[in-house]
Write a protein that binds this ligand. Structure first.
Ligand SMILES: *Cc1c(COP(=O)(O)O)cnc(C)c1O
Length: 813
């Protein structure tokens, strides 16, 4: 436990005001939306995409009284009664505090890095070694510069082993992580082939990753990735691989059946065999990494084999799904500790679609009745979480019921809860399911989630957030951002997406029709929402739900004005669309005087913004045309502002405009397709794929070359073939033009083509040349841009055509 005086001693501030030197600091705060324990929190004003100093006031009002601020930053808000430390760099200060915390512990710290598998290997090692060690592991994938610092802060003397994950995306980052983590042991999982931006070459990437192990005693790694790579001589090298020079030699790898693989190994001239309960390459590699770690910590082969045989696949992501009884289910049952619970509760707070919020929580491993500190933290987390009801499962929590002020049901174990499920009402609620692995809460989520067929659209909310920040980083300060969520957010979802955007402070949302806006209001969205096509029949809905219509013609202007005046409304916000060359909707530039006549002689509406749309921003051959559009909007809006006597927001750029036309930013940009991970103009922007359409192989059959496949016998075979049937067809939005080999899908990383016509609910794939089994996962669009090109359309159309009957699953890591 630290006092602010201790922390001042560690950070050595350039200047400070310490009013209460003995103030206790328990938690670190870097985001005022996530404050739980204000009085004992220390707020770091970090300068990331946003400047944390803007939130000092918010933090203060929420009760924070301890601050670390950056000395060269303006600070407008006085902080009476607060302890303040000024440092030259708040981020480095946070990291040095984490490094200090780490340095207090002498037990082994295993640092893990690699392109893939870090998180799963960390979780598996936790399972495999927990019987013998009290292991602390960094939560989820908290492996960034900030994530690692926060992870290390949670270390304490209840543990005697730590596993910390480190992830980097550019040169120079690993040295900083190493400074904090100081791993005594290192594990490299693998090195991906994908050449990612941020590194000049694969060599550079490897060299950077290895910096994590600069001061480690030992390094465990797959030999194939580090051949001919220099590793400092003082580090004990524990390589595994097929080569006999490896410390752990892999003799053979044999698939035993559909579920398991037998691996024969040799260590120190002793042979042993381990049954790995997986058949895919990645899981086998990950399991071998775990075996290597266990050997280097002195485990007996028999113990290793017995525990590896019990490994389980893990859902490591928090998932948001549609539940029965019109509920939303947040399924996060892969681990349960207080940090992971806090992350899940933060996510629950973002999702505002239902008033009722229920937490189903199991006992937390390691938290006993006498653990005052943890129980106090749990109580606070729950008290500050907007939950309305609790369901506790497990003997420890059952004895704590009186400590919580909410309605609670409680059960001794998962089985008795499931037996009582028919008596549980979760209508119109958001339900967070959070249980330790041994409670098998997946059995609960299975029962609460609405059933549907196998095809799902997985939506990665982290990627969406990441993409938002990629485009934000292009915008100068002060330019607002409107996110386009029309057409069900380009197919990806409604309030689920909008809640995340709202949490991330976008300035506006835009939908096509009033109905979509009403759905968002019902889903808890309070941001301003623009409706692009406001029909007369929708005026009631617009006004009652505080939606803001786009006004694009004299006809709609007159009828909306009439409506507002009849209802005696004043200053209703509207958005005027100007047609500068797209020739779709909008007032023509030469109509400005008549428009002004009307606007000046009324009080019912107020112009909130005036905008236009670029027709060809992504085509260099139309640059002059684009410039003309920008100039026209500029002139039009200047005159309008002058004549109306007030200012409004001006905007014209969509994704292509953001990419290529800084001169078109005006006061706001409208981000659409780029947010969803597709950028047609700039290959250098590190946008991430947001949605992945997946299904499974339903049936496989062997057919002689004389047979045909599907309707009209269009799929002609030319050789004895293996044909896989999958449950996606044109009713799901898989276009009929993908039939007969035009559509390519991916199974276990291998590309396959369709055969025969696409049916309504199914289609067939030729899988003769690949390794595949029934129930294997199929990625429908391995490359969305290429798929769109193959049938002569654009990615937008493929995304929005994915039918509503395809279940959406949202995940957040
Ligand atoms: C759809 C739309 C956008 C977004 O376009 P993207 O190319 O997806 O970024 C912007 N403005 C208007 C008026 C739109 O209709």
């Amino acid at each position: 436990m630290y006092t602010i005086a201790d922390i001042s001693g560690i950070l050595v501030p350039t200047r400070s005001i310490v009013i209460a030197a003995d103030a206790i600091i328990q938690s670190l705060i870097y985001d005022t939306r996530k404050i739980v324990n204000a009085e004992t929190g220390l707020f770091f004003a970090l300068i990331n995409r946003r400047d944390g100093h803007q939130y000092i006031k918010d933090a203060y009002l929420k009760g924070v009284r301890n601050f670390v601020l950056q000395e060269d930053m303006q600070q407008e808000f006085a902080l009476p009664d607060a302890n303040i430390l000024w440092v030259s760099d708040t981020f480095l200060a946070l990291q040095s505090l984490a490094a200090y915390q780490r340095s207090k512990f002498k037990f082994p710290v295993l640092g893990i890095t690699g392109s893939n598998g870090k998180t799963i290997v960390k979780e598996w090692l936790y399972q495999l070694m927990s019987p013998d060690y009290k292991i602390y592991r960094s939560p989820k994938s908290y492996n960034s510069q900030l994530g690692v610092a926060l992870s290390l802060w949670e270390l304490n003397d209840q543990y005697n082993f730590a596993i910390i994950e480190a992830g980097i995306s550019e040169v120079g980052e690993m040295a900083k992580l190493e400074q904090m983590i100081k791993p005594t042991h290192g594990l490299l999982t693998n090195i991906g082939i994908a050449h990612k931006s941020g590194f000049e070459s694969k060599q550079e990437k490897i060299a950077e990753k290895l910096k994590l192990f600069t001061h480690a005693e030992a390094l465990i790694y797959p030999q194939k990735y580090l051949e001919n790579i220099y590793i400092p001589s003082q580090i004990y090298k524990f390589a595994w691989g097929e080569d006999e020079s490896c410390q752990l030699e892999i003799y053979s790898v044999k698939r035993e059946n559909d579920q398991s693989t037998l691996v024969s190994l040799c260590f120190s001239r002793q042979f042993f065999t381990v049954k790995i309960p997986f058949v895919d390459q990645a899981s086998i590699e990950n399991a071998i990494s775990c075996i290597a770690v266990m050997i280097s910590f002195g485990y007996d082969f028999k113990v290793i084999a017995a525990r590896i045989a019990l490994l389980q696949p893990m859902e490591m992501r928090l998932e948001l799904k549609k539940g029965k009884q019109n509920s939303s289910i947040i399924d996060d049952s892969y681990s349960n500790d207080l940090v992971a619970l806090q992350i899940a509760l933060d996510f629950l707070k973002q999702q505002k679609q239902h008033q009722r919020k229920i937490l189903i929580l199991s006992d937390i491993p390691g938290v006993q009745l006498n653990d005052e500190k943890s129980i106090t933290k749990l109580r606070r987390l729950i008290a500050e979480s907007e939950l309305t009801e609790l369901i506790f499962v497990g003997p420890i929590l059952s004895q704590l019921l009186s400590q919580f002020a909410l309605p609670i049901k409680n059960y001794a174990d998962t089985k008795s809860f499931i037996e009582d499920l028919k008596n549980i009402d979760y209508h119109d609620a958001t339900v967070l399911i959070k249980g330790a692995r041994e409670y098998h809460f997946e059995q609960i989520s299975k029962r609460l989630v609405a059933k549907s067929h196998d095809t799902t659209l997985e939506i990665n909310l982290n990627a969406l957030e990441h993409n938002l920040n990629v485009y934000r980083s292009l915008l100068p300060a002060g330019v607002k951002l409107m996110a386009m969520v029309k057409a069900f957010s380009y197919g990806s979802g409604s309030f689920e997406i909008a809640n995340l955007l709202q949490f991330n402070h976008v300035d506006y949302l835009t939908v096509a029709f009033a109905d979509e806006g009403v759905d968002l209001r019902n889903g808890g969205i309070t941001l301003p929402i623009v409706v692009m096509s406001p029909d007369e029949s929708a005026f009631d809905a617009i006004v009652h739900n505080n939606l803001e219509p786009e006004i694009y013609s004299f006809r709609i202007l007159a009828s909306f004005l009439r409506y507002l005046e009849q209802h005696d409304l004043k200053n209703f916000p509207v958005h005027i669309k100007v047609d500068t060359g797209m020739h779709r909707l909008g007032f023509m530039p030469d109509e400005i005087d008549s428009l002004l006549d009307i606007l000046k002689n009324q009080k019912a509406m107020k112009v909130q913004s005036v905008f236009s749309h670029l027709a060809s921003a992504g085509n260099a051959r139309d640059n002059q045309f684009t410039e003309k559009q920008i100039t026209l909007l500029d002139a039009f809006t200047k005159k309008l502002q002058h004549e109306l006597g007030y200012t409004f927001i001006r905007h014209i750029a969509a994704t292509s405009g953001i990419d290529l036309w800084p001169s078109a930013y005006f006061d706001m940009v409208r981000l659409g397709i780029g947010l969803y991970g597709i950028d047609m103009d700039r290959a250098d922007l590190p946008v991430q794929e947001v949605s992945v359409l997946k299904t499974n192989v339903t049936q496989i059959k062997f057919l002689p070359e004389t047979e045909t496949v599907g309707y009209n016998r269009a799929g002609k075979l030319s050789r004895p073939s293996r044909i896989a049937t999958i449950k996606i067809g044109y009713a799901d939005g898989y276009d009929r033009r993908f039939g007969n080999g035009i559509g390519k899908m991916s199974i276990n990383g291998q590309l396959v083509a369709t055969i025969g016509h696409i049916c309504m609910d199914m289609c067939m794939l030729d899988v003769t040349d690949i390794d595949v089994q029934e129930e294997d996962e199929v990625i429908v669009y391995p490359d969305l841009k290429e798929a769109a090109l193959a049938i002569g359309t654009i990615p937008y159309e493929l995304l929005v055509n994915i039918s509503q009957r395809v279940k959406r699953v949202y995940f957040y890591e």
